[in-house]
Design a binder for this molecule. Structure first.
Ligand code: TTP
Ligand code: MG
Ligand code: MG
Length: 447
């Protein structure tokens, strides 16, 4: 699918071009300068890095999706967040950022800073859909992908030069593939030999950035940057570092380690290591999500058991399909109900056997529902599968009890894959369309 880096015919073309040009030089020193230039250029086949870590993060993700879907928003300051004045900004497009608008800022303040901004309410389902496409692109590039959120991931690219070329080419290819798969969204990518430096590098030239930091440059490259860029240095730690006279990462890299340890304990050691670009952490590509849930905020509050069960049934179908897609089994279920006073009530249980069958999740949820003693009404009905584990073959054999239900559900999965999730609806669901807001599938957020 991906074209390889340098083929042998390309190499021959290049070598003959070098020779052709070499004969044109009038002096030996011109020729030497030319060769030096080639050696330094990206086209030379450099020694592969011992480890290659890429970090990719979408630019102004939610806002860019809104601009992608609505051309009228392109080039304009866009704020994604609830229209309510009480809300906070989820993100802002790059056109709004020079005004100082950013994530987590109260909406009122954001609109004071940028009165011309267009506020767009979030569409989590759409972000989730694009996120899944982006993650699928990452998986085309590496078997070891560690997602950190809907819009970013680490990719272990070690040893893949023969497929994608040197690190800079890898980054270019990842960016181009994301753009193509999403219909035009941009990502910023950083590449280095460690996770920490790759992450800082992806943020270095946002938006649409590409920053490559070879191992030998990493310490010098980090040095002038603010201590705020150190992982694990939250606002409190930053204040302490400033008080101790440390402004930049270079100040920490050159600090007296004992002094750092006395004042900051083990965090001091951690920051010292990062500042010196040492970060041995591997990319954790195969961690399993802890839970997978589906909360539905309803247009009209519900009290009757049969209405609540309807939503639980739908959520069970949805979650079980995701479990099967990701090859997970759930060890338990959790039901959440939110009262009209916004009080969140939770009941959870462990299942007799881990499962990925909707009918079993639903049966568990039904039992949990009996344990709530609040009469309602409720504004939110949520179901989650918890205690997830990878489904290996031996566990599958234990699913015999629910075997026929599972077989039916797998058949429905295939239909849904071919014709879309909405092709199959339970008869009762067809008349019900009262969900106003559904939380995004955060399957990628593996903690
Ligand atoms: P980020 O990657 O942190 O931000 P971003 O993609 O909007 O912008 P940047 O170019 O700086 O990476 O977060 C990804 C999405 O997650 C973001 O578009 C909206 C959402 N988000 C929130 O809902 N609340 C928050 O506080 C943050 C930081 C992000
Ligand atoms: Mg982002
Ligand atoms: Mg991000």
């Amino acid at each position: 699918m991906h074209s390889s880096g340098w083929g042998s015919s390309e190499r021959l073309d290049w070598a003959s071009a070098v020779l052709d040009q070499a004969f044109e030089f009038s002096s030996a020193s011109d020729y030497c300068i030319f060769i030096q230039h080639l050696v330094n250029s990206d086209r030379t086949v450099a020694e592969p890095w011992e480890r290659v870590v890429a970090h990719a993060d979408m630019d102004a993700f939610y806002a860019s999706v809104e601009q992608l879907d609505d051309p009228k928003l392109r080039g304009r300051p866009v704020i994604v967040g609830p229209r309510s004045k009480r809300g906070v900004v989820l993100t802002a497009s790059y056109e709004a950022r020079p005004f100082g608008v950013g994530s987590a800022m109260p909406m009122v303040k954001a609109l004071r800073l940028c009165p011309d901004a267009i506020v767009v309410p979030p569409r989590f389902e759409r972000y989730t859909e694009l996120s899944a496409r982006i993650m699928a692109v990452f998986e085309d590039f590496s078997p070891d992908v560690e997602p950190l959120s809907l819009d970013e991931a680490f990719l272990d690219m070690t040893g893949s030069e023969h497929l994608f070329g040197p690190p800079r080419r890898m980054g270019e290819k990842i960016k181009a593939a994301i753009k193509e798969a999403t219909g035009g969204l941009t990502a910023s990518v950083g590449l280095s030999q460690t996770k920490y430096v790759a992450k800082v590098a992806s943020g270095y030239q946002k938006p649409d950035g590409l920053t490559v930091v070879p191992k030998e440059d990493a310490v010098n490259w980090l040095a002038p940057q603010s201590v705020a860029r150190l992982w694990g240095a939250g606002p409190k730690t930053q204040a302490r570092l400033y008080a101790l006279g440390y402004q930049t990462i270079g100040d920490i890299a050159g600090a007296d380690l004992e002094k750092l340890q006395t004042t900051l304990g083990s965090l001091g050691n951690h920051l010292f290591e990062l500042a010196n670009a040492r970060d041995p952490r591997r990319i954790e590509g195969h961690r399993v999500a802890r839970s997978m849930g589906c909360d539905r905020t309803l247009n009209e509050d519900v009290s009757a058991n049969e209405d609540i069960l309807l939503y639980l049934r739908r959520s069970a179908d949805h979650i079980a399909r995701r479990l099967r897609r990701k090859n997970y089994l759930a060890g338990g279920v959790r039901v959440r109900l939110k009262t009209t006073e916004f009080k969140l009530l939770t009941r959870q249980c462990t299942l007799a056997e881990p499962t990925d069958v909707a009918q079993v999740l639903y049966a568990g949820a039904q039992k949990m529902l009996d344990r709530f003693d609040h009469p309602g009404p409720f504004r939110l009905v949520g179901l989650a599968a918890h205690s997830l584990e990878g489904a290996d073959e031996s566990r599958q054999l234990g699913l015999l009890d629910a075997g026929s239900a599972r077989a039916l559900e797998v058949t429905l999965d295939r239909l849904a894959e071919r014709f879309g999730d909405n092709v199959i609806r339970r008869a009762r669901d067809i008349t019900q369309t009262t969900v106003v807001d559904q939380t995004p599938d955060l399957d990628f957020l593996r903690s």
